[in-house]
Every structure is written in C-alpha cells, then in structure tokens.
Design a protein. Structure first.
Length: 151
C-alpha cells in the first residue's frame, strides 16, 4: 500500500475518482515524483535564467526552509505532453476506506486491460530538459506589464 498526500487528505474523494469509469486514467505518485528534485542552490541557479527569474522572489522564503525541491505537479503535467518522460503500468488502483489507521492508502495491482495507468519510473534528465526548454519559450515581460495584466 502506498501513501499519497491527496488520498490521505480526502480518502473518500480519492476512492470516487478511482472507481469512476473514465478512459485512460493516469496517476503519477510520490514514489516517481520524488525522483525529480534539485537542491535550493541549483533551483536558484536554474531559475535565475530566462523567464523563470520571476519565480525566485516568490520561492525564496520557501527555499530557505527546504533541503530539496521536488517537481511533483510539473512532472505530472509534462507527462501529458511528453509521455516518454514517465513509464506507466496498467492495472487497478484501490483505496482503503475500511480501516481507520490505513484509510486513504492506495494499492495498485497490475492487470492487463485495467482502467488505471500508474507511473512506476521517470527519466529525470528528460523531464528537466523538457521543463527548461518550455520555460525558454515564455515571453519576457517587465513587472509593469505584468501588473497591468492583473488589473
């Protein structure tokens, strides 16, 4: 059984999501996202370039309290556009609702033809290449034009 933050926070919602019959249900768990990390110093260096420099001011207070930055959501998003970055296995995900101590833990059973595709590995180098190549495509703006867009 695996502990996932969102599943522990709301196990009933998680169970509803996994039992809903949708086509191609993909999940990228902590066991995979924790493979795409960098130190705060490396983060500062990488994000001081291109359009990402704007993120540094917002991130600095957070970076001071962390030993590692993990790219949870960016990896899941990148897998949509670059599926080869993440390797998925097909099967069935179940969510424990029966035991108070283990409520929200998820279990994956590999099954050919199962409704769920669960990530089991990633290529961190390919992810970071994709992530930073996309950031170079962001338009440069100055703070005045950004403030104007928010009004």
């Amino acid at each position: 059984m695996t502990m996932e933050w969102n599943a522990i926070c709301d196990p009933h919602a998680t169970e509803i999501v996994y039992r809903t019959p949708i086509q191609n249900h993909y999940s990228v768990g902590l066991d995979v996202t924790q493979k795409v990390t960098m130190s705060p110093d490396e983060f500062r260096d990488k994000f001081s370039r291109d359009s990402l420099y704007r993120v540094l001011d917002y991130a600095e207070i957070w970076l001071q309290k962390r030993d590692l930055v993990t790219f949870h959501d960016p990896l899941a998003a990148a897998a949509i556009f670059e599926p080869e970055i993440v390797r998925f296995e097909q099967g069935i995900v179940t969510v424990d609702l029966g035991n108070k101590r283990t409520m929200g833990l998820t279990d994956f059973t590999p099954v050919s033809g199962g409704p769920h595709f669960v990530a089991n590995d990633t290529n961190a180098e390919a992810f970071f290449h994709h992530f930073f190549s996309q950031s170079r495509m962001l338009p440069e703006t100055n703070s005045e034009s950004t403030i104007g867009m928010l009004r």
